[in-house]
Write a new protein. Structure first.
Length: 165
C-alpha cells in the first residue's frame, strides 16, 4: 500500500544536496579572493597596477636611493635598581626618504640624541634581549626621530653596533 502523496517507485531524498549548495558559494568566494589578492582580477577589471605600498615612491623612474645619517655613538646606563650598573653602547644610522631630509635630520641630531638617551635610561637589560627587544627599540627610535626631525621623514633605524654590559 502506498503512502499519501508518495509514488511507490520514488527514491529516498539524498542529503548531499544541501552540502553542495553551501560548498559552491564558499568555493567561488575563495577563488575570487585568491584572484583579487594575487592581482589577476584587478588587472582583468582594468584597475592597472596595484596601489604602491606605504613609504614606496610613486614611480620607479623617480625613485631616489635612501640617504643614511650617522647617529653619534651613545653610551647610556640602563635602569638596573640595586645591582651593579649596566651600560649600553649604541651606534646607529637613520634612513631618511630623500636627500633633502638629510639636512633637517642633521640639524635635529642633538634633539634626537637626547630623546634616544632619555629612552635608553628607562630601559632594563631584559627588555632589550633577543630580536623582539631590538625590534621594539627600533620602532621607538623611528617614532622619536620622526618627531624630533619633523618635517623630515625617518624611514628606519639601522643598528651598526649594540653592546649591553
Amino acid at each position: 500500500m502506498a503512502e499519501h502523496g508518495a509514488s511507490p517507485d520514488a527514491e529516498p531524498k539524498k542529503k548531499g544536496g544541501k552540502k553542495l549548495l553551501l560548498a559552491v558559494p564558499v568555493l567561488l568566494i575563495a577563488i575570487g579572493a585568491g584572484g583579487w589578492f594575487s592581482g589577476i582580477v584587478p588587472k582583468m577589471l582594468g584597475h592597472g597596477a596595484t596601489a604602491p605600498r606605504p613609504g614606496a615612491p610613486a614611480t620607479e623612474a623617480k625613485a631616489e636611493p635612501p640617504v643614511y645619517v650617522d647617529v653619534p655613538e651613545i653610551v647610556s646606563n640602563l635602569n638596573v635598581p640595586g645591582k651593579r650598573p649596566s651600560y649600553m653602547k649604541l651606534h646607529a644610522k637613520l634612513e631618511v626618504a630623500a636627500a633633502a631630509d638629510e639636512a633637517a635630520v642633521s640639524a635635529a641630531m642633538p634633539r634626537i640624541q637626547d630623546m634616544f638617551q632619555t629612552y635608553l635610561r628607562d630601559m632594563r637589560p631584559e627588555e632589550l634581549r633577543g630580536s623582539e627587544g631590538s625590534y621594539r627599540l627600533r620602532e621607538e627610535f623611528i617614532s622619536r626621530a620622526s618627531i624630533a626631525a619633523t618635517p623630515a621623514r625617518v624611514m628606519d633605524v639601522l643598528f651598526v653596533e649594540m653592546i649591553i654590559e
